[in-house]
Design a protein around this ligand. Structure first.
Ligand SMILES: *Cc1c(COP(=O)(O)O)cnc(C)c1O
Length: 405
């Protein structure tokens, strides 16, 4: 993990808010990576954290995040989580009326955003128009301070986010007339990451067929993450703010725009490193290829668990000349399906058990969302890389909740 990069990614989003003249608030979507060093980077950068369990909330506070800089999301939150959030003065994204009613009995006041079910969406999250109306009209302004709205859309498009935010500005004015502060609209996460150049991605999509994969097992073409993203992270925020003068409308209404990026704050902030335990040679369609077994499992490369595959090529280390060798990669468990890469990757040489295989840019969701100690294997440790102030030297320690070892 390289937390300096997280700070740089936060700064890049902040610059977009500043140049658009909009008051912004960034909450790191914590589920995208569990490392303590990421939360500490957020605290250092003055950025908030978006949590959805008591444990995530505690971890964020242990990493130095102030209660006011926490956002609490997730459906049907437990009473304990609602109480912790209220006591810490966190923003609570309330997902339905029952949660709102339970929050009002805590003795707050609780600071609340109402989560919106997007139009024409069949998401299980958020409230319908009628439910939002009831919430605005019936909420007791002593026990609940309604601070605005939040949503989180599927996909990676700027326009639907801008359009929904615009429509919620009107509703904020309505809420203010009813006595609520209505300070904030949160447009959630889903800021894309540009993993590979457009040429590489187009070439892959044009050529991909089952014969590229071990056992001819290609994922469904529609299940791939869009690994080339033409308008990633901060550029996507800029596009959202430019659409229909959203920036101007927010400024004139005195409304803060909150974002909850997970993956985008982790762009280039970590890689997964595997040792190679064994190498086999097999034939497919008349051609030889290698199957590597690495000292880890596909639980450390989560895309397999969405019936898909993490496509950026791993790097074989050390880099040495050799003959291109088609290679797929299996985990060290006894499950046939435990493959990190079914695709025969054209490694630049034949691998040996002395080498490392390094999957790049895996901090966002890949490396630890699904980790478990399956087979009694230990959870992979995280190494935190830090650079000296002049950027010329690196030091490292293991990621821990408390103090560097
Ligand atoms: C997962 C999630 C995020 C982060 O999403 P990314 O795609 O990683 O940016 C933000 N907000 C909510 C409510 C989420 O569930």
């Amino acid at each position: 993990m390289y937390p300096d990069r997280v700070v740089a990614n936060i700064r890049a989003f902040e610059r977009i808010f500043t140049s658009a003249g909009v008051t912004g608030a960034i909450f790191y979507g914590k589920k995208a990576n569990k490392a303590a060093c990421v939360v500490r980077a957020c605290a250092e950068a003055g950025c908030g954290v978006d949590v959805s369990s008591a444990d995530e909330l505690k971890a964020a506070k242990a990493g130095g995040i102030r209660g006011r800089d926490l956002m609490v999301t997730g459906p049907a939150k437990s009473d304990v989580l609602l109480q912790m959030a209220t006591r810490d003065d966190a923003l609570i994204a309330v997902d339905d009326l029952d949660e709102l009613a339970r929050s009002s009995t805590i003795g707050g006041p609780s600071r609340v955003l109402l989560r919106v079910l997007p139009p024409r969406s069949n998401s299980r999250f958020g409230m319908t128009e009628d439910e939002l109306d009831l919430a605005l009209r019936l909420t007791d302004t002593d026990s609940i301070r309604l601070h605005g709205f939040s949503f989180h859309l599927a996909g990676y498009e700027a326009n639907p986010r801008a359009d929904l935010a615009l429509s919620l500005i009107e509703r904020c004015h309505e809420g203010r007339r009813l006595g609520h502060p209505m300070t904030t609209i949160s447009i959630g996460g889903g800021f894309g990451v540009d993993y590979v150049p457009s040429r590489a991605w187009e070439t892959f999509l044009r050529g991909v067929n089952p014969r590229w994969f071990h056992g001819d097992r290609a994922p469904h073409p529609e299940s791939y993450y869009p690994y080339h993203c033409p308008i990633p992270g901060p550029a996507m925020l800029a596009a959202i703010l430019e659409r229909s003068n959203l920036a101007d409308r927010l400024r004139r209404s005195g409304i803060k725009l909150a974002i909850e990026p997970g993956r985008a704050l982790l762009d280039q902030a970590g890689s997964s490193v595997f040792g190679i335990q064994g190498i086999k040679t097999r034939l497919a369609h008349g051609l030889p290829y290698h199957i590597l077994t690495v000292n880890g499992t596909s639980l450390s490369l989560s895309e397999q668990w969405f019936d898909s595959e993490y496509l950026p090529d791993p790097v074989l280390w050390p880099q040495r000349p050799g003959n291109t060798t088609p290679t797929c990669v299996g985990g060290s468990s006894c499950l046939e399906d435990d493959m990190l890469s079914w695709r025969r990757i054209p490694l630049p040489r034949s691998a040996t058990t002395e080498d490392l295989l390094i999957y790049p840019n895996t901090a966002g969701y890949q490396m630890d969302s699904n980790e478990s100690s399956f087979h009694g294997l230990p959870l992979p440790p995280k190494v935190v890389l830090r650079s000296s102030p002049d950027g010329r030297q690196f030091d490292w320690n293991l990621d821990t909740d408390g103090f560097p070892i």
